[in-house]
Design a protein around this ligand. Structure first.
Ligand SMILES: Cc1ncc(COP(=O)(O)O)c(C=O)c1O
Length: 447
């Protein structure tokens, strides 16, 4: 059940107020000349400041997996704020932190049963990279310092996450980044696998590129391979059939940790608790965030295999990992996450995502003949539609299409010339149809 939104009175913002907020990942000057403000949300919808409603086909930003304003989550946060507003987890804590860790471990793949709490996906990635190095050091292999990630990867905005990022525009202004990093090629090959449904059947050989990088760098210097099991922000790229299995085999052969960044895929997005469960490939570490609290309170986590945890616990008595955040396991976040897990479970939302995925796939691929469409990909409740870029003006067609959808009442994400979709898992069949019908109208209209 979702709470009815309380639509607040909307204040008129002054120019100085508009100017004061330096917005993230936003063309600030453009935005402020035509601001897009939401004032409330309920279920599948946002409410705009003029009172009109927008169907949220992005689950906020890949995070509101159970839809907006789930009553149970709202009430849990309210009750927690009134009972225990804050306690640090540095040498003290509170019961919900332990309860939550155990509940997450219970839905993670077998063996991944220790959870380190952070406040975001970025912090989860940086934490996972640090744990990987610390683990090898604890095992007497301190020379394992390199990380291998992948082109088109998004791993957040910390220095570690940015260093393993595979998105060149994100990296460009901030170098030098961490040096001991290399990248696998991404797995998108439209010549062989355009319009593939779910996992492409072409591309397992991209995993063999790992062998080449290991030969170049010496596998004994590599701490971990980090990948998103399904590339998310980089354009929804499901892994080719057999690809994740092969990466796992190669990592095992050389004693290299495999990290799955499940900040998007965690908590039901592809029809299981984690992509690792869905694909049947178990990494050594999972990073997560977003859907963990249904987006209601910032929170992230690193789920580590018991072997890693045991190695870290085997040293002399004292602090085992010199790492943590003031707000690790924040009581409000723990309350929200426990309630979110209840909601996912009671409403069987991971199962729901699985059941509605075939309809989602069919509706997405029905756009194949729409103007400008050059590729469509989908998995679980994710989809991406690539548009042919305009000559000399890449990105503008995608931005215009997304903007038309918004004006037509549907929030999607335009990422350059790729339209990206990731609706709450409560999306109905009618809403799936509305989403793709709206995109079709936008594509018919853009030049
Ligand atoms: C795969 C992945 N990792 C990390 C992050 C960073 O998460 P956050 O924005 O919460 O720091 C994101 C954000 O979208 C992500 O998609």
């Amino acid at each position: 059940m979702t709470a009815a939104p309380v639509t607040p009175a909307v204040p008129t913002l002054s120019d100085a107020q508009m100017d004061a907020f330096w917005m993230p990942f936003t063309p600030n000057r453009q935005f402020k000349s035509n601001p897009r403000l939401f004032v409330a949300a309920e279920g599948m919808h946002y409410v705009k400041s003029d009172g009109s409603r927008v169907l949220d086909a992005m689950a906020g930003l890949w995070c509101v997996n159970a839809g907006h304003g789930q009553t149970r989550i709202v009430e849990a946060i309210q009750a927690q704020a009134a009972t225990l507003d804050f306690v640090s987890s540095f040498q003290m804590s509170h019961p919900a932190a332990f309860e939550l860790a155990a509940r997450i471990a219970a839905i993670a793949p077998e063996g991944l049963d220790h959870v380190f709490f952070t406040n975001s996906g970025s912090e989860s990635v940086d934490t996972a990279l640090k744990i990987a190095r610390a683990y090898h050091r604890a095992n007497g292999q301190g020379e394992r310092i390199r990380f291998i990630s992948r082109a088109r990867a998004y791993h957040g905005m910390g220095w570690g996450g940015l260093s393993v990022s595979g998105l060149s525009r994100h990296r460009r202004d901030f170098g030098p980044l961490l040096p001991e990093i290399d990248h696998l090629p991404h797995t998108h090959d439209p010549d062989h696998a355009a319009f593939s449904r779910g996992q492409p059947h072409w591309g397992v050989h991209f995993a063999d590129e790992l062998e080449k990088l290991l030969a170049l760098h010496d596998p004994a210097t590599v701490a971990a391979v980090i990948i998103e099991p399904v590339t998310g922000s980089g354009g929804v790229l499901p892994p080719p059939v057999g690809y994740l299995e092969r990466l796992r085999e190669i990592c095992d052969r050389y004693g290299i940790l495999l990290i799955f960044d499940e900040v998007i895929t965690g908590f039901g997005r592809i029809g299981a608790a984690f992509a690792a469960n869905a694909f049947g490939v178990t990494p050594d570490i999972i990073t997560c965030a977003k859907g963990m609290t249904n987006g209601a309170v910032p929170m992230g986590g690193v789920i580590a295999h018991r072997r890693i945890h045991a190695a870290m616990m085997s040293g002399p008595p004292g602090i085992e990992l010199f790492h943590g955040y003031t707000y690790s396991a924040h009581p409000l976040a723990c309350a929200a996450a426990l309630a979110a897990l209840d909601v996912y479970n009671e409403q069987d939302l991971f199962g729901r995502a699985q059941r509605i995925a075939p309809l989602w796939e069919k509706a997405a691929h029905a756009l194949r003949q729409a103007p400008h469409v050059i590729d469509i990909r989908n998995i679980g409740l994710l989809a991406a539609i690539d548009l042919k870029p305009r000559d000399g003006a890449p990105g503008t067609r995608g931005a215009e299409a997304a903007s038309r959808c918004f004006d037509d009442g549907v929030l999607i994400r335009g990422s350059s010339d790729t339209l990206v979709l990731s609706p709450p898992l409560i999306v109905t069949e009618e809403q799936v149809e509305t989403i793709f019908r709206t995109i079709r109208r936008a594509l018919d209209a853009v030049g």
